[in-house]
Design a protein around this ligand. Structure first.
Ligand SMILES: NC(=O)c1ccc[n+]([C@@H]2O[C@H](COP(=O)([O-])OP(=O)(O)OC[C@H]3O[C@@H](n4cnc5c(N)ncnc54)[C@H](O)[C@@H]3O)[C@@H](O)[C@H]2O)c1
Length: 371
């Protein structure tokens, strides 16, 4: 089965989707859609085979060679396109964040609920498919870190003033939904929730410290308390020149891990150390109680495809998951509910920063707190 996909939005990320879909074995680009005809034309010229282009979503949805729609337009326009695609009986892949607020994304959930069984809706969160993320999540689920007590998440990036001025939608509440946390940091929020579970309460501060004429924050510092009792600090900034890394430390009472720029930098599990010591007394003794076990837990040959780079590889991995979900009827690796929870957590951060009070994530999710 080849999943034939209409790519809607032919900017920075639409280009990546089209390249991945054209290169992967089980996917194809059936049509490119952009309200800016020149953007769609420019992308079409780079693809082989060259797909048709249109400025009309309706025209794309009327085609009989479109199984799914990939939504790569500015964040605040995701829901309207997803609802139209689901209403036309298509599977849907939505770029992150799913939309700019839980409220704005709610029509997608309603359209998904009304869609025929087997309709797949997945939201891009490509870092869930990084080998480092999978190893850490598996270790947590198997109890290899014992009780996960805390996490430290930081997105320390730099975006220039020119970046915010490169598109009228960037840095606006209406179409970007927020700044450093909603746009750049939502990947890390999603991983944090995937690792630590349900977030309960958020306390946060935000600032616009190194940019001008931007509505949203360029710096966030927050504390998140989870249902399990675990505590996390969450920091995201686009004001850290020249741009450092994205780092996530997951810390438990029987093991810990550090992921930095998508790679596993440290992994230690007491259980693994004990098993190694039992299997080979010399090995355990040599490596010590705090030894880094990274080399032993990562699968071989799973690094980013050197011909394409990490962005391509991440999206390609997620598309393989989506194709499998369509083929087998199983849930995709990233569901709509996962994406709504990430957006609710980011909204809770903004609400806490605005009011100075702690915010319950469940209340944001239930629509009791709206921006
Ligand atoms: N997963 C990731 O790592 C990642 C990276 C970058 C961007 N994104 C997400 O992708 C989305 C797009 O970001 P971008 O940087 O590619 O933006 P962009 O401005 O480069 O491209 C957006 C494109 O959408 C077109 N467009 C706007 N409204 C449209 C509509 N209603 N119908 C059809 N086309 C329309 C524009 O003409 C433009 O060509 C955002 O939601 C962003 O958060 C995700």
């Amino acid at each position: 089965m080849t999943l034939r996909i209409a790519v809607v939005g032919c900017g920075v990320i639409g280009r990546l989707h089209a390249e991945v879909l054209a290169a992967e074995q089980d996917t194809a680009v059936s049509v490119l859609v952009d309200t800016d005809a020149a953007a769609a034309e420019a992308l079409a010229r780079t693809l082989d085979p060259r797909p048709p282009v249109t400025t009309s979503l309706d025209e794309a949805l009327a085609r009989d060679d479109v199984d799914a729609v990939a939504i790569c337009v500015p964040s605040g326009a995701h829901a309207q396109i997803a609802v139209a695609a689901l209403g036309a009986g298509r599977h849907v892949v939505v770029e992150k964040p799913v939309d700019v607020t839980v409220e704005a994304a709610a029509p997608i959930a309603a359209a998904a609920a009304a869609a025929p069984d087997g309709t797949v809706v997945s939201v891009i969160s490509q870092h869930r498919f990084d080998p480092a993320s999978v190893v850490v999540r598996d270790a947590i689920t198997a109890g290899r870190f014992g009780r996960v007590t805390s996490a430290v998440a930081t997105v320390s990036w730099w975006r220039s003033q020119d970046y915010y001025e490169s598109g009228a939608w960037r840095g606006t509440w209406k179409l970007d939904g927020g700044g450093a946390l909603m746009n750049q940091g939502v990947h890390t929020v999603d991983l944090l929730l995937w690792f630590l579970g349900t977030p309960v309460e958020v306390t946060a501060h935000t600032g616009l410290l190194a940019h001008e004429r931007v509505e949203v924050e360029d710096t966030v510092a927050a504390v998140v308390r989870f249902e399990s009792g675990a505590l996390a600090t969450l920091h995201a900034t686009t004001a850290a020149y020249p741009g450092l890394s994205v780092r996530l430390q997951v810390l438990g009472d029987a093991g810990s891990a550090v992921i930095d720029d998508d790679r596993l930098r440290y992994f230690h599990s007491k259980e693994l150390a004990a098993a190694e010591a039992a299997g080979d007394a010399g090995v355990g003794a040599d490596r010590g109680d705090r030894a880094d076990q990274t080399a032993r837990v990562l699968p071989d040959g799973e690094e980013a495809d050197p011909a394409h780079g990490p962005m391509f590889t991440g999206h390609a991995r997620q598309y393989r998951d989506i194709v499998e979900a369509v083929r087998t009827g199983r849930r995709p690796g990233v569901t709509l509910d996962d994406a709504l929870l990430a957006v609710a957590t980011v909204e809770a951060v903004y609400e806490s920063a605005r009011t100075g009070a702690p915010v319950q994530v469940a209340e944001v999710l239930a629509g009791a707190i709206r921006r």
